[in-house]
Design a protein around this ligand. Structure first.
Ligand code: SF4
Length: 575
């Protein structure tokens, strides 16, 4: 018997932990299971072709809000090509209204809730070692067949369920990774804890209170495996990694002591961080840890409405302390469309979070997930949501459809310009002209809309050029100064040889050679291919660091090896 466990990921760089966990949990059984991974950017027909090439008896699909439409489309095609191939679904997107889903889609089986034990028993059933009726957590179709001479006809198909399965002992799970070669350039997901102690109304994790922890020594040895195999990025799927301070600190300390270049990403509750956590984190090497922190809103009324206890001032304090360490990248989440948060309140939430200066701000939109308390309460708040996955809010008593569309555009701009961190000096220039950061991102998004840039792909150079036009039309600010700032940000992250025509370059061959020589006399030889010296008509670094505008010729040294460090090599007067 051959089972193809199929994952259709949101991005090519992602990997799927669920299918690997199922394979690992049944590795000692007498059947053949393989994993096939795709992304939602793959053509559906190609996915079908690849799956059928494996000649499977059963195909399992890992279902999430981002792939469910693909999964059902593909399942239909598979069934119309070969009815004999059986289909089993699992995952959060099919776990809630499982019976309805299975009745209305092709396929025979569906695992609701945690998958490992149910899947193992399902395989036992397929191997003739277990009765279907004894498997908890599994939905399955039973056909009522009417036999007449020479003919058997399905007159009815009903969906059966043997009841919910208890949550499993997480320490019985099996490490999901054995071969990391195929995962070298992918994000690897890892689970040390299951469950969340909190009950945010929009979140499915609120369905089961209580957290289960993997044995900490096992976690350490598994994390070592990633480090030894040189995995680039490991993301913990743990819902609140630091919900138990001792557990989190011990793992952070362990990872800090370990050598290697693997980066570890954690979702944490910043308000739970204590002095002792900061003391541990202060020892982390730069870039080893990344934190994802849910703020969602800074409006207390809204936080109360969604049953979040984290107070913004405590989050802000912790974010500032981590920022001071200068070694941990912070990604802060906001959600638009929450009950009690109108457009102006969201603007304030955005500005509050922006003021903390995290490396990334994710501006998400409320999703009314099946099975979440928020979906049940939608009517109370006048929330209308899309009937299609990911069931995003369309409007509510607090926020209109138009306002949400505006915020979508702002989100694109924030993601492109702020989160990429490649336009920092340019953004600083424009923020001088606005009362609040939101106002700038709003105006820029409106400009993009007017120019039609959201509708077509614009080149990477055009993303810089936009600012010249935006400045001319909206701000009418200091154009020469802006051009030099754009040149500075552009040179930090792009090829230095040719500048786009809208940027200004004066070639001072002899002067640059002299600067290089005198720099090398003090600091040692520069790598010709990696460094570049450029002249500017203003002192950009003074603006970057102190916000002051000083005209005059300045020379800066850019180094491809260390893009963030730009050195002022302007010769002193008279030299
Ligand atoms: S949003 Fe985060 S903190 Fe809230 S219940 Fe879900 S996982 Fe827990």
């Amino acid at each position: 018997m051959k089972v193809v466990l199929t994952a259709i990921n949101a991005k090519f760089t992602h990997s799927n932990l669920a299918v690997r966990s199922l394979k690992a949990y049944t590795a000692n059984m007498h059947y053949n299971s393989i994993i096939k991974e795709f992304s939602i950017n793959d053509r559906k027909e190609r996915i079908v072709e690849e799956l059928l090439e494996e000649e499977p008896d059963i195909i399992g699909f890992s279902c999430y809000i981002w792939n469910i439409e693909y999964v059902t489309y593909i399942a239909k095609l598979i069934k119309s090509i070969d009815r004999k191939i059986e289909i089993i679904y699992g995952g959060p997107e099919v776990s809630y209204d499982a019976e309805y889903f299975l009745r209305n889609n092709p396929g025979e089986y569906l695992i609701s809730g945690e998958g490992e034990e149910t899947y193992r028993e399902f395989i036992e059933y397929k191997l003739g070692e277990k009765q279907l009726e004894g498997i908890k957590g599994l939905y399955y179709k039973v056909a009522n067949i009417q036999y007449s001479p020479g003919k058997a006809e399905v007159i009815e198909e009903k969906v059966c369920f043997n009841g919910k399965r208890e949550l499993m002992d997480i320490n019985k799970t099996v490490f999901a990774y054995d071969n990391t070669i195929e995962l070298k350039n992918k994000v690897i997901y890892y689970e040390a804890t299951r469950g969340c102690p909190f009950g945010c109304k929009y979140c499915l994790s609120s369905a089961h209170r209580g957290v289960r922890f993997l044995d900490i020594n096992r976690v350490k040895s598994e994390l070592k495996f990633f480090i030894e195999n040189d995995i680039k990025l490991v993301k913990f799927v743990d819902r609140t990694f630091n919900c138990n301070g001792n557990y989190a600190r011990e793992l952070w300390s362990f990872l800090i002591e370990e050598k290697g270049s693997t980066v570890f990403h954690f979702e944490i509750a910043a308000d739970l961080l204590r002095d002792e956590d900061i003391a541990v984190l202060a020892r982390a090497p730069k870039g080893k840890f990344q934190f994802e922190i849910g703020v969602q809103s800074t409006n207390n009324e809204t936080l109360k409405n969604i049953n979040r206890q984290a107070e913004f001032n405590k989050i802000a304090e912790a974010v500032n302390r981590i920022k001071e360490l200068g070694t941990i990248k912070q990604h802060l989440d906001l959600i638009a469309g929450l009950p009690g948060e109108d457009y102006n309140s969201f603007k304030k939430s955005f500005n509050d979070v922006y003021a903390l200066g995290p490396e990334e701000i994710q501006l998400g939109f409320l999703k009314l997930l099946k099975g979440s308390p928020m979906r049940r309460e939608a009517e109370t708040w006048g929330i209308t949501h899309s009937p299609f996955p990911p069931y995003e809010i369309i409007k509510s008593n607090d926020i209109s459809y138009k306002e949400l569309v505006i915020l979508k555009r702002v989100e694109e701009i924030v993601d492109k310009y702020y989160n990429s961190q490649k336009f920092g000096t340019i953004i600083k220039f424009f923020l001088m002209h606005y009362k609040k950061p939101f106002d700038f991102y709003y105006e820029l998004s409106q400009f993009f809309q007017k120019q039609g840039y959201f509708k077509r792909n614009i080149s990477s150079v055009d993303y810089y050029k936009v600012f010249i036009d935006f400045n001319a039309e909206v701000i009418e600010g200091n154009e020469l100064f802006l051009t030099e700032i754009i040149k500075y940000d552009y040179l930090k992250y792009n090829k230095k040889k040719y500048l786009p025509e809208f940027l200004h370059r004066v070639v001072h061959k002899e002067k640059v050679q002299n600067i290089k020589k005198s720099y090398e006399r003090i600091h040692g030889r520069l790598d010709e291919g990696k460094v570049h010296i450029e002249s500017f008509r203003v002192k950009v670094l003074a603006f970057r660091d102190e916000g002051i505008i000083i005209p005059g010729e300045h020379f800066y040294l850019f180094n491809d090896e260390d893009k963030d460090t730009v050195i002022d090599v302007t010769p002193s007067e008279g030299s």
